[in-house]
Design a protein around this ligand. Structure first.
Ligand code: ADP
Ligand code: MG
Length: 474
C-alpha cells in the first residue's frame, strides 16, 4: 500500500543482511528476491533466526518495520501444504490489518501454489467463511472476536495448529481483546510456537506473554529517527486556543498530508468541525465509522486527496500509510513512547518531516518526560510568530473519483488506468493511486483534471462497460 519509500523503510536498507543466511528453501529465496526483498529489515534480522529455530518470541518494533515477514516466513517454512488443516493462525486487531496481513502472507506464500490462506473478520457474513473453512485452509488470519465465534461453532478446528501469532498485540489489548485472545489461545494445542508482535510494550503484554508464551526470547528495536529527517517543534497554547492553532500550523507549514493526533475521540470530532469550517480537506477515523466509510477515509488519505487525517492513537496505529510531511500532536500524550511512535510517521525520503506539538501549560511536564526519554532539548517556538506567506487555501494535490464497480465486476487497476490514459487522453503522471475494493474502485487524479476526468470516465467505458462515477469531494 505504501508507495513512498523513506530512509527508515525496509526497502531502503542497503546495509542489511541477506535472507540467504537463513534456513529458507531456494524457492522461498527466489520469491523474496522477486518481491524486491533484498535484505532483511532490522527486526527481521533480529527475530528470524530465533523464530525459524522454533523459539517463542516477543518482538517489538515500530509500524512499517517489516514485522509481517518476520512471522510469516517461520510459519510458512513449517507448513505442510499436503496436510489439509489449519496449521497457523494470526490474530490481528482490525479487519484492515487482517486484510493487509493476509495479502502480505499471500505474496510471501507464492513460492508454493497450493497454500490456502483465509481471513476471518467480523463485519462480514459468517456463511461464506464457514464454507471456506469447510474447503480446507492452511492459514487463518482474523480478529479475536470472529475467530472465537468460529471456535464456538466448531467451524474452525485447531488440533493441527503449529504456530499462533499475536500481531499488533498492544493494540488488541487497547481494544479490550484480552479475554478473547485468552479464550482463543486456550483452544490451541499446548505444543506450538507462539510469536507476539507489538509496536509498544505496555504492562498487559508481559501478562499475555507470561500466560501464553513458553520461555520467550525478546527482541526489541527502539526507534531511532535520524534528526535530519524529522524536525520537531513545540508550541505553547492555551487550552481554549488549541484547536484554532492547528489551522495556523497548517497554513504556515502547508504540508500536503498531515496526521493530527488527538488524545480523545471527542476532541477528534471537535477538531474536524473546526478544520472543515476553515476550509481544510480533513477527515477523521474512529471506531464508530462503518467499514466502508473507514475504507474511504483511508483511501483518500493514502492517495493524497485529503490534507489532514484526525485520529486517536488507537485509530491510527498499525495503518500501513506512507510517511507524511507532518504530524501534529494536538495535545501532548502522557506516554513518551507513544510520542516517539507518533512522530515516526513523518519524514519522507530525502525530505524533512515536521513533528509539531501543541502544549498547554498543564502539559509541560509531559514534554519534560519526552525530553528525558529522547535525551534532546525541546525546541520551543512562538505561535504568534507564524505567518502564512501564502494565503491561498491549502488543497490536497489529488481528488478521488469513485467508480461504482469493483472486484465483483472484475475491475482491475489497469482497466481504470487504461481508460484514463487511453481514450480519455490523460498522462500517467496525472493519475495517482488506484484502489479496487469489493464494490467500488477509487482512483486519485490530479486536482486540475478532476472534473474532466470525471466527465470522460462517465461518458466512456471501463472494461468495455459504461460505469457510474462520482467525485468524493462533492
Ligand atoms: P509492520 O507490520 O512492521 O508495520 P509490514 O510487515 O507491514 O510492517 O511491512 C511494511 C512494508 O515493508 C510492506 O509493504 C512490506 O511489503 C515491506 N517489506 C517488509 N520487509 C521487507 C524487506 N525485507 N525488503 C523490502 N520490503 C520489505
Ligand atoms: Mg504489522
Amino acid at each position: 500500500m505504501t508507495d513512498i519509500i523513506s530512509p527508515s523503510s525496509p526497502a531502503a536498507n542497503p546495509a542489511g543482511r541477506s535472507f540467504d543466511e537463513l534456513p529458507l528453501s531456494p524457492a522461498m529465496l527466489t520469491n523474496l528476491q522477486q518481491l524486491g526483498y533484498l535484505t532483511m529489515t532490522p527486526i527481521q534480522a533480529a527475530s528470524l533466526p530465533l523464530a525459524l529455530a522454533g523459539q517463542d518470541l516477543i518482538a517489538q518494533a515500530k509500524t512499517g518495520s517489516g514485522k509481517t515477514a518476520a512471522f510469516a516466513l517461520p510459519l510458512l517454512t513449517k507448513l505442510n501444504p499436503r496436510r489439509f488443516a489449519v496449521q497457523a493462525m494470526v490474530l490481528c486487531p482490525t479487519r484492515e490489518l487482517a486484510e493487509q496481513v493476509t495479502q502480505e502472507i499471500r505474496r510471501l506464500a507464492r513460492f508454493e501454489d497450493n497454500i490456502k490462506i483465509i481471513s476471518l473478520c467480523g463485519g462480514t457474513p459468517m456463511r461464506p467463511q464457514i464454507n471456506s473453512l469447510e474447503h480446507g485452509a492452511h492459514i487463518v488470519v482474523g480478529t479475536p472476536g470472529r475467530i472465537m465465534d468460529h471456535l464456538q461453532r466448531s467451524s474452525l478446528k485447531l488440533e493441527a495448529l503449529d504456530t499462533l501469532v499475536l500481531d499488533e498485540a498492544d493494540r488488541m489489548l487497547d481494544m479490550g481483546f484480552y479475554d478473547d485472545i485468552a479464550y482463543v489461545a486456550q483452544q490451541c494445542p499446548a505444543q506450538r510456537q507462539t510469536l507476539l508482535f507489538s509496536a509498544t510494550y505496555p504492562d498487559g503484554i508481559a501478562q499475555l506473554a507470561r500466560r501464553f508464551l513458553r520461555n520467550p526470547q525478546s527482541v526489541k528495536l527502539t526507534e531511532q529517527h535520524e534528526d535530519s529527517t524529522i524536525r520537531q517543534r513545540f508550541y505553547e497554547v492555551s487550552h481554549e486556543g488549541r484547536l484554532q492553532a492547528v489551522g495556523v500550523l497548517l497554513k504556515h507549514y502547508r504540508p500536503a498530508s498531515t496526521l493530527a493526533f488527538c488524545n480523545t475521540k471527542q476532541q477528534c470530532r471537535d477538531l474536524l468541525d473546526v478544520l472543515q469550517a476553515q476550509g481544510f480537506h480533513a477527515l477523521t477515523l474512529n471506531g464508530d465509522l462503518e467499514q466502508r466509510d473507514r475504507d474511504q477515509v483511508l483511501i483518500q488519505f493514502a492517495n493524497r486527496s485529503c490534507s489532514v487525517l484526525v485520529a486517536t492513537d488507537v485509530a491510527a496505529r498499525g495503518l500501513d500509510i506512507a510517511k507524511l510531511e507532518a504530524v501534529i500532536n494536538v495535545d501532548v500524550t502522557p506516554d513518551p513512547e507513544i510520542h516517539v511512535h507518533r512522530i515516526g510517521r513523518t519524514g519522507r525520503a530525502g525530505e524533512d518531516g515536521w513533528a509539531l506539538s501543541l502544549c498547554s501549560p498543564a502539559e509541560m511536564n509531559r514534554v519534560d518526560e519526552i525530553a528525558k526519554m529522547t535525551g534532546s532539548e525541546p525546541d520551543w517556538h512562538e505561535l504568534d510568530a507564524l505567518q502564512s506567506c501564502d494565503n491561498s487555501p491549502l488543497l490536497p494535490p489529488m481528488v478521488t473519483l469513485q467508480i461504482l464497480g469493483g472486484r465483483k465486476e472484475k475491475i482491475r487497476p489497469g482497466d481504470v488506468l487504461g481508460a484514463l490514459t487511453g481514450e480519455a487522453g490523460f498522462s500517467r503522471e496525472q493519475v495517482g493511486k488506484i484502489t479496487v475494493t469489493e464494490q467500488s474502485t477509487y482512483v486519485a487524479v490530479a486536482r486540475n483534471i478532476a472534473r474532466e476526468a470525471l466527465r470522460k470516465l462517465s461518458a466512456g467505458k471501463v472494461k468495455g462497460k459504461a460505469v457510474r462515477v462520482r467525485s468524493l469531494e462533492d
